[in-house]
Design a protein around this ligand. Structure first.
Ligand SMILES: *Cc1c(COP(=O)(O)O)cnc(C)c1O
Length: 425
């Protein structure tokens, strides 16, 4: 094994260091295996209950009327997440689009949207109109309110109690920290928050941005009272196979409202050809629980490797996981660059290119990104990025297999040692 790694550029020192860390994680990995097993059965049960057959993999074009495979897949999602309905479509371009559809479909002028968990994901600032933006909810007369988290990252219940009013129509809760340093929320904590909000105003719609959270736990926010669950298919639930797409699952009325926004009033979910993606949607969803397990093992492995070497990591090596994202703070531009170079060099696609920082639209400093993915931009595949500014934090996630995630992390460590930024004793 050591020789195989060496042939791929991993030194015996790095290999041995990684091996020792992996051995310490055996117990945690076993726990993840149990969760993946449970979730695998959950998806399987939904596939069987809905009598998925070869017919479901047929494709439709044009309007896509009566696309049996598409409609059955939506039942599979709904049954897996224990919701009344789901919308799972290639017409949903990404996670932001799915969230925008859910919001625009369920909010009307004069309504108020509340985030009780602080600032939402960057791209949502423009959807909501926190940053002025064409076509935002703000332009349509939907107001927005935000309650900050407490210093320790927990919910500020007294402030939330004041912020939920008669005007509040929808409460948006982001499960994953995204690119912030706050903790990601457990499903249980989200359930408590939803119960609290509903006690004040039972008619409020509670929507959870579930991006990066699917199958991390054996329960989902929809199991603890969420009315809407929203996510991207080029993250967890696509299992690495979905080439595009997003989903919205939840109460039938609210999902219908989103469907009329996705296509058009009057058309709703009836329209939308599946264009040949049905099979990859099904197969990706079937694989998702074990793919997520691989990504989680990679995240925990990275946290423990870099924590041991003295870097600050969020979550830390011991913490319970709520999503697949791992942050590692390097403190120097060289460290962040070397890490990303290693991830890139370990990729199955584009392994020969060197990532370079660039001025990405919407960011105030150059951003470096490492990704060598089969699906462009897919972040359930091993990928890393970070803004080139202090404290030089790399956010990394994904890995279609644990073996590949492990290799990527060892390669990042290899780069750091070669540049003299890390010394293994
Ligand atoms: C990725 C992500 C989004 C947006 O998804 P895109 O597919 O990038 O548009 C929204 N919220 C969270 C928490 C995310 O991680």
């Amino acid at each position: 094994m050591k020789e195989m790694y060496q042939a791929l550029g991993i030194s015996p020192q790095v290999y041995t260091f990684g091996k020792a860390v992996e051995e310490e994680l055996a117990g945690r990995f076993l726990e993840l295996d149990g969760r993946a097993e449970y979730n695998q059965l959950k998806v399987l049960a939904a596939l069987q209950k809905n009598k998925v057959s070869a017919e479901c993999f047929h494709s439709s074009t044009g309007y896509g009327y009566d696309d049996f495979g598409r409609d059955t897949l939506e039942k599979v999602y709904a049954d897996t997440f224990h919701t009344e309905a789901a919308l799972v479509r290639p017409q949903i371009a990404c996670g932001t689009h799915a969230l925008a559809i859910a919001l625009f479909g369920n909010l009307r002028p004069g309504d108020e949207l509340l985030s009780p968990v602080g600032k939402p994901y960057d791209t949502l600032e423009e959807v909501i109109g926190i940053r002025p933006s064409r076509g935002s909810l703000a332009e349509y007369g939907v107001t927005y309110r935000q309650v900050e988290l407490l210093k320790d990252g927990s919910f500020d219940y007294p402030a939330i109690a004041k912020a939920v009013t008669e005007k509040t129509k929808l409460v948006a809760i982001q499960r994953s920290k995204g690119y912030l340093t706050r903790p990601s929320f457990s499903v249980q904590a989200i359930g408590e928050l939803i119960a609290f909000v509903k006690e004040i105003n039972p008619s409020v719609i509670c929507m959870v941005d579930n991006c990066y959270g699917e199958f991390v736990d054996t329960v989902e926010p929809s199991d603890v009272g969420a009315d809407l669950l929203v996510g991207s298919l080029i993250k967890n639930p696509g299992g690495g196979l979905a080439p595009i797409g997003g989903y919205i699952a939840g109460k039938k009325d609210y999902v219908e409202n989103a469907a009329y926004r996705m296509t058009s009033p009057g058309l709703g979910r009836e329209v939308g050809a599946s264009l040949g993606v049905n099979r990859s949607f099904y197969q990706g969803f079937f694989l998702a629980p074990t793919v997520v397990r691989g990504a989680l093992k990679g995240a925990i492995f990275a946290a423990n490797i870099y924590e041991k070497l003295g870097f600050s990591v969020i979550p830390n090596g011991k913490e319970e996981r709520q999503d697949i994202i791992q942050a590692v703070t390097f403190g120097t531009p060289e460290g962040l660059l070397a890490f990303c170079e290693g991830i890139q060099q370990a990729a199955p696609v584009d392994s020969y290119v060197t990532p370079e920082p660039w001025d990405m639209p919407g960011y105030d400093s150059p951003v470096i990104m490492a990704a060598g993915a089969f699906i462009q931009g897919s972040s359930i595949e091993l990928s890393a990025d970070g803004p080139m500014k202090p404290p030089y934090t790399a956010y990394f996630q994904g890995g279609l297999t644990w073996e590949h995630a492990k290799f990527g992390i060892l390669m990042s460590l290899q780069k750091l040692t070669e540049k003299g930024l890390v010394h293994l004793s």
